[in-house]
Design a protein around this ligand. Structure first.
Ligand SMILES: [Zn+2]
Length: 288
């Protein structure tokens, strides 16, 4: 089995992307891992601060460890969008494999300062940990929204990306390239592919680009983004929607059922369908 860095390196050589999916309970995690194991793909699983709080940080780490032992595929645990040094520190100390130290809401210099502080702490505790920073403003939340207007100043500038990477020492960068978090129903997402190539050139071959807000993007958007230099794609909303819609349907169809695992089983299958479809689009099948 390769390590995380080797997989990331490989994504840039043969143009594919690692899938990153979020979970906040055992069902989503099982759906992600079973899909990945079935298709023989290395996989990232992530918890935001809220998702991690719901399950419990020790429980998150222990569950992922158990799934690794059971399925024997590379599963990397990421602390997604951790927005304070305190929560970053907690995730590092708990044994996460990667963290997204997200200070993108702060002014550029402050973002650099706190991201650098996160890198230094993380690497001092675990030299193999991967640290991702975020630059630019990826709007939206992990849910269905009507319209999100993206402003030109939200987008990541290649020259700032280069300075950011140099000064912080991050391993991965989440840029804003026209993508948004969640799904929009009344406006269209459009990815600035040439900006991705320019940012990739600016950050160099040893810093890997992560595309957030993959939910709602088309197959051709993904392929173009990956060809331009994206190494990992985050999906959250689409599996949340699959889970919830199937759960509502199950509850309607089985009003007498009270066994939680029977009520939840169809939702796991619905999430697996979405996850498998994405992993195929990302070109990550049989990459173990
Ligand atoms: Zn994100």
């Amino acid at each position: 089995m390769k390590n995380i860095r080797e997989y990331l390196k490989d994504t840039t050589i043969t143009q594919w992307a690692l899938g990153h999916f979020n979970f906040s309970e055992n069902e989503a995690l099982r759906a992600i891992i079973e899909s990945a194991a079935g298709l023989k793909v290395p996989i990232f699983v992530g918890t935001s601060e809220g998702e991690r709080k719901h399950l419990g940080i020790k429980e998150v780490v222990a569950l992922v460890k158990a799934f690794r032992e059971e399925f024997e595929i590379p599963i990397f645990l990421n602390a997604d969008h951790h927005k304070s040094f305190e929560t970053v520190k907690e995730a590092v100390d708990a044994g996460y494999d990667a963290i997204l130290a997200d200070f993108s809401a702060l002014p550029f210099e402050e973002n650099i300062k706190l991201t650098k502080q996160s890198v230094e702490y993380a690497k001092s505790k675990n030299p193999d940990i991967l640290v991702e920073g975020e630059l630019g403003y990826v709007r939206g939340e992990s849910k269905i929204q009507e319209v999100i207007e993206i402003k030109q100043e939200d987008l990541t500038k290649p020259e700032e990306a280069s300075q950011f990477v140099r000064e912080t020492g991050i391993d991965m960068l989440a840029p804003a390239v026209g993508n948004i978090h969640g799904i929009v129903t009344k406006s269209k997402e459009s990815i600035d592919v040439s900006r991705i190539s320019d940012i990739k050139k600016a950050v160099g071959e040893n810093v890997f680009l992560v595309l957030h807000g993959g939910s709602g993007m088309s197959e051709s958007d993904f392929k173009n983004a990956i060809d331009a230099g994206i190494s990992m794609v985050h999906i959250n909303t689409e599996i949340r929607v699959a889970f919830t819609e199937e759960l509502r349907k199950t509850l309607r169809e089985m009003p007498e059922e009270t066994t939680p695992y029977k009520i939840l089983a169809p939702s796991v299958e619905a999430m697996k369908k979405v996850i498998e479809e994405k992993l195929k689009i990302f070109g990550s099948v049989n990459k173990l």
